[in-house]
Design a protein around this ligand. Structure first.
Ligand SMILES: Cc1ncc(COP(=O)(O)O)c(C=O)c1O
Length: 477
């Protein structure tokens, strides 16, 4: 590759990374030649090449600007991936999904959080300001793990109102629910231990298992029948499983909940095999029925359940405040936390405590649940109209995601790429499971209002699904 070609390539990368944005002036020929230590003729040749290819526009008296239609130029260039590009690993794919979800250019149906407008931003900001003003000099010390006593007391209060016997001292405040789950898994396992998970599962479980060098035992789960407890019983008898990482309410991504009888059976199976349950309960406030569902922890006299949750899904993802009801393992969890993040943010802990006391949390939750339920109905109706008739869509009783299933040989990763080209981010089934049939599914976030933009995006996805199903069945015939 010549010098000017390599310089042009560098510039393309910088434009793709948005260091230089659409319509923005790039460094002058002279400045670039100084910085890259090449001649001005080389820089000029590189800029002219990029101009011919549509990346740059020369503006008299101004120099070179990034083309205003740069998105299309980048997409056109990206349409032919390198022929032998290796298949994405789950973490790479997950990171890619995450990046697209963040981008304001994309319709974020892949998001793991409800639409931002559904959170009480103003009230939270007021609570944060008020709590920060009253913060004492030594509050960084007094709120070290297990965390703010007041916040733990208010969280315990909510469990007690549900009939659970939880004390403030059972709780450790963490940096989001994910830290609670990770610390819990770390506290009860050693590298090489077996851990049971649902299949499909929340991708955080797959990542934690990989990071801690544990061995996953996948337990089948489905939208209609939930977790297969008979298979779990067999696996507990066959392998020395140390822990199960499961969701008992509004499982992500399938949306099912276990009944109280199933929760009871689950805990008694674990007691029999001396395994722990790491219970991910981040969605339980987002129920559409009359009553908040109980966690499996409600049936846990032997203190074998580490109940993890957070405010990320129902109040504020950005505050990153979660917790684990750790009971007798509280000390062990705090030690793990001390080695990783030390403590979660003190102003955020105090701000959320203030909000829980004065901000009208239950009122907010009531409104949030009603909105989500309406949006679910609207989105499912739109999906059924837009997608091919072979598409199956879940209808969960809580949360804000639906699981779409297509007949084989549907390839969700191909669908993901096509959707991305249309600036729509979706969560492909392959980030939730290691099984081959994960390719037949996608997850969509339904917390967005069904306005013309969302509806167009759903219709586009429906067309793309039809295209995928057609081309794959042609290829296989
Ligand atoms: C099922 C599930 N559990 C846990 C988490 C982590 O929650 P937090 O954002 O509080 O760390 C997420 C977030 O995406 C999730 O979807």
């Amino acid at each position: 590759m010549n010098k000017y070609q390599s310089l042009a390539l560098q510039l393309k990368q910088q434009i793709c990374e948005q260091i230089w944005r659409s319509g923005e002036k790039i460094p002058s020929v002279r400045a670039c030649s100084r910085q890259a230590q090449v001649s001005t003729a080389t820089v000029l040749q590189a800029y002219q090449l990029l101009e011919t290819e549509g990346w740059l526009v020369a503006k008299p008296q101004s120099g070179y600007l990034v083309a205003t239609n740069i998105r299309q130029v980048i997409q056109a260039e990206g349409e032919t991936p390198p022929p032998d590009a290796p298949p994405m690993r789950i973490n790479d794919l997950l990171y890619d999904v995450f990046q697209r979800t963040k981008s304001s250019d994309f319709m974020p149906f892949s998001s793991a959080f409800p639409e931002a407008n559904l959170f009480p931003q103003q009230e939270l900001v007021r609570s944060l300001a008020s709590a920060s003003r009253k913060m004492k000099e030594n509050s960084a010390l007094t709120n070290l793990p297990p965390g703010s006593y007041e916040l733990r007391r208010l969280i315990a209060q909510r469990y007690v109102q549900q009939g659970l016997s939880v004390k403030p001292d059972d709780i450790v405040i963490t940096t989001g629910g994910l830290e609670a789950l990770n610390l819990s898994l770390q506290a009860v396992t050693q590298p090489g231990d077996y851990v049971a998970i649902e299949s499909p599962t929340f991708y955080g479980a797959l990542q934690a298992i990989e990071r801690l060098k544990l061995i996953p035992v996948e337990i089948p789960a489905s939208v209609t029948s939930g977790l297969d407890l008979d298979v779990l019983e067999e696996k507990l008898a066959a392998y020395p499983i140390k822990a199960c990482w499961l969701m008992t309410n509004f499982q992500n991504p399938l949306g099912y909940s276990l009944s109280n009888a199933q929760k009871q059976r689950l805990v008694s199976l674990l007691n029999r095999h001396e395994a722990y349950l790491i219970e991910d309960d981040v969605y339980s406030e987002l129920y559409f029925s009359e009553q908040k569902p109980l966690p499996a922890k409600a049936f846990d006299p032997q203190d074998r359940v580490l109940l993890c949750s957070s405010f990320s899904k129902c109040l504020s993802p950005g505050f990153r405040i979660g917790w684990v009801v750790a009971g007798k393992l509280s000390d062990q969890i705090q030690r793990q936390q001390f080695l990783s993040t030390i403590s979660s943010s003190v102003p955020a802990q105090l701000g959320i405590s203030h909000y829980l006391l004065h901000g009208g949390y239950d009122n907010h939750l009531r409104k949030l649940r009603t909105t989500l339920q309406h949006r679910k109905t609207a989105m499912i109706t739109a999906i059924k109209q837009a997608f091919p008739k072979q598409t199956q869509v879940s209808d969960p009783d809580g949360g804000y995601v639906v699981w779409l299933s297509f007949p084989p040989p549907f390839d969700c990763q191909k669908f993901y790429e096509l959707a991305s080209q249309a600036n729509i981010a979706i969560a492909p089934g392959t980030i939730f499971s290691l099984q081959q049939d994960a390719r037949q599914h996608i997850r969509l976030n339904y917390s967005y209002p069904l306005n013309p933009k969302t509806l167009t995006a759903i219709n586009t996805l429906g067309d793309l699904a039809a295209r995928c199903l057609r081309s794959e069945s042609e290829a296989s015939s």
